[in-house]
Ligand binder design. Sequence first.
Ligand code: SF4
Length: 172
Amino acid sequence: MDLINTFGELKIRGTQINYYFICKTKLYLFSKNIRLERDSDIVNIGNFIHKNTYKKENKEHIIGSIGIDFIKNKHGTLEIHEVKKSDRMERADTYQLLYYLYYLKNMGINAVGILNYPLKKKIKRIVLTKKNEIELINIIKNINNIIKSNKPIKPERKGYCKKCAYYEFCFS
Ligand code: SF4
């Protein structure tokens, strides 16, 4: 699978970058269109928070293969906001947002990222660096290698598996 589609856009979705850090099995299953999140209470709580916070903002901007929660123009700086329920997976959330910044930069749009954890009243400002860009290129290559494989990635139990929408699929 190529990294770039025929329109010159990156094909990877933000969720795939996030799952790359959380669990390669989850990344694989999601990428093969095995979507179990709809039935997950945790995901539904996340959706509820998305819907009921930052109500004044114009939400859900789909740009190519990325979906941005909301966008702000702060004193001439474009802010890309991502809203998360919990900061337990902050590293995964950070790289998801870095990917959005990288994706936009490839379209000639410079922005900064803001991670929002409304339940914790916490925000984190994220700036894309050259080092991040090199990391992201490698992450995208690794993701493509994982998803082009015909063999599913064997599930390995982790502390958060029981909260995962794919738990029954992996361990029943
Ligand atoms: S249940 Fe655990 S191993 Fe299976 S997809 Fe979820 S996090 Fe990965």
